[in-house]
Design a protein around this ligand. Sequence first.
Ligand code: GDP
Length: 298
Amino acid sequence: MFDTLSDRLGAILTNLRGKGRLSPQDIDATCREIRVALLEADVSLPVVRAFVARIKERATGAEVSAALNPAQQVVKIVNEELIGILGGETRRLQFAKNPPTVIMLAGLQGSGKTTLAGKLALWLRKQGHAPLLVACDLQRPNAVTQLQVVGEQAGVPVYAPEPGNGVGDPVTVARGGVQFGQVKQHDIVIVDTAGRLGVDAEMMAQAVAIREAVVPDEVLFVIDAMIGQSAIETAEAFRDGVGFTGVVLTKLDGDARGGAALSVRHVTGAPIMFASTGEKLTEFDTFHPDRMANRILG
Ligand code: GDP
């Protein structure tokens, strides 16, 4: 996903290498080039501004002028600031003191939510947990069946609407699913919710109603990293409309420019917790800001 950005930043920083001391002009030029590279990669403007300002401030400071190898020092600063933009520390799931831990998924239709539900369930099961999936996406045709398929692939049971337990009413299904999870001693309940193709008041109201009904320990906002700049508006709409405790980036295997993925933490204030990198259930892992920064800087 970040190949072009990675090449551009690599070239900019390599240009510094031949130099001994860095003049203020060198630093200005480098900052300008970094700014353009980030904007062209679709990183949102406030994030670019904050990032470049930090680089400039630190690159003109004592840590670079006193360094034996100033160019390397600038690379180190860019790396550290990139990690900062991506959230610094890895943020892990918070488990409830009294199980089950309820994890609610929210996001647009097509963001990869249902797939993610299966991925997360498999990942948790492999760690010795006993998750339950709850199918509350009653909007998209086949979403329930799709969740049942990924549940089967993950070896995780699915609580789905049936006559008598809330057909047509996602809030009743969500509540019933959590109760079922409790009774059957599942320590984690993952609630898949409906998305729409765009941000929509009815979808938000439904997500809020589900959130209020099940009081989740985590609300994970699932976002397709390929959707470019509109990712930011979508993330803000979900933050204001539903609220979330963490972000999952999907489709990081795509070849879009991906800058939105680099902006979402800074813009929403919520940590990126997981990343999806393919359609297979195993193509998923915890998001590590430092590893991502290293990947981008090559
Ligand atoms: P939902 O509408 O949010 O539940 O989205 P789905 O889980 O149905 O995913 C939409 C499409 O994206 C499906 O074709 C998935 O196979 C695909 N998909 C999901 N996650 C990824 C990913 O990380 N990488 C790629 N390349 N495709 C993905």
